[in-house]
Design a binder for this molecule. Structure first.
Ligand SMILES: Cc1cc2nc3c(=O)[nH]c(=O)nc-3n(C[C@H](O)[C@H](O)[C@H](O)COP(=O)(O)O)c2cc1C
Length: 328
């Protein structure tokens, strides 16, 4: 096997680790819509148009969120390897798929806080199971909000009086999506994949089968496999729900929001918290607009995340790191 290409003065092994860590980012339906070009002077991050999800994400907003999340992992992994990353978002490269170009700003030693986030990359996973009722301490909430602000975003922590309206919006969005044959077909294609599949959401990563009385509808990834509820294991009564927001609506803001979301998710992981996303409300245009009105009308809602204390859950598989490379 030929050795892994290198970039930015990294060894082949380091370069491979950096790309592997990037590929551990979350993505809608585990579509992993990213590709990397390694050049001596730069690492380019590109979207993979073959992995678009036009029914759920017609404008590729969530695709850019996922690529932003991969970029944050890439930055942390480069720092871990001693390289200070200098990032240009939406670089003027000829390929229309180019989302970021990362160059070296010289050598660096990773700060302890970033080391913790780096270590959290392989630990983080989407946890769709019920969480404990134990509330998330206030200082952890602050840490999550700080993580988002560090990446030019804003975290709105849903307050108790807002939850009723949000619940209505989530159910409405879910009903709208499930009434759309294109959406159901797309979801079906990425769900309930056989053992050994390296993309899509495996049935083992699905939470309990959704039930109509559920307060917060979680997307059904069971692929038709019956997953009976364990008695007494219902969803937590009062989850911590947060909305990762950006201050603008643009391709650049989506990439920043993806980095902000991932810094928040890694911060949560490092604090022992579990998380899952409930994206239907931000995917359906009119519920997204209503959510934004609920948040005061000036923010762009990018991702709705549920956080809490969860039970262990399996890691979702990823493609081989070599398959993430653009080889010209
Ligand atoms: C933009 C975005 C939207 C997502 N939306 C949902 C969602 O609505 N429901 C859900 O259960 N998971 C959602 N996820 C989580 C993915 O399904 C998950 O990241 C993927 O299956 C990989 O698993 P992992 O996060 O455990 O590594 C979303 C992820 C991203 C990045």
């Amino acid at each position: 096997m030929t050795s892994f290409p290198t970039a930015l003065g990294l060894s082949a092994e380091q370069a491979q680790d950096v790309v592997r860590q990037a590929g551990l980012a979350p993505s809608l339906h585990n579509s992993q819509p990213w590709r990397f070009r390694l050049l001596p002077h730069a690492i380019e991050l590109h979207s993979d148009p073959q992995r678009r999800l036009p029914a759920a994400d017609p404008e590729d907003r969530e695709l850019r969120l996922a690529c932003g999340a991969a970029l944050l992992n890439l930055r942390l992994a480069l720092e871990h390897a001693g390289v200070r990353p200098v990032v240009t978002l939406l670089p003027r490269l000829t390929a229309p798929t180019a989302l970021a170009e990362v160059r070296s700003g010289g050598q660096t030693t990773q700060a302890p806080e970033e080391q913790e986030l780096y270590r959290a990359i392989p630990q983080r996973r989407s946890n769709r199971r019920p969480f404990l009722e134990t509330p998330v301490p206030t200082e952890y909430r602050h840490a999550l909000a700080t993580a988002v602000r560090r990446e030019q975003g804003w975290l709105h922590v849903m307050k108790r009086p807002e939850l009723g309206a949000l619940e209505g919006l989530v159910h409405r969005a879910h009903r709208a999506q499930m009434a759309d044959a294109r959406f159901r077909e797309e979801l079906g294609r990425w769900t309930g994949r056989p053992t050994g599949a390296v993309e899509g959401v495996p049935a083992a990563a699905a939470g309990p089968q959704p039930e109509p009385q559920d307060q917060w509808v979680l997307r059904d990834f069971s692929g038709g496999e019956a997953r009976a509820r364990v008695p007494g294991k219902d969803f937590e009564y009062e989850p911590l729900l947060v909305v990762v927001c950006s201050h603008h609506g643009s391709r650049l803001a989506d990439l920043q929001a993806g980095q902000a979301m991932q810094r928040m998710l890694l911060t949560a992981t490092a604090h022992g918290l579990a998380a899952s996303l409930l994206s239907e409300v931000v995917e359906v245009a009119d519920t997204r607009e209503e959510l934004q009105r609920l948040l005061g009308g000036t923010l762009y809602a990018q991702a709705l995340v549920r956080l809490g204390y969860g039970s262990p859950t399996l890691a979702t598989p990823r493609r081989d790191v070599r398959d993430l490379l653009i080889n010209d």
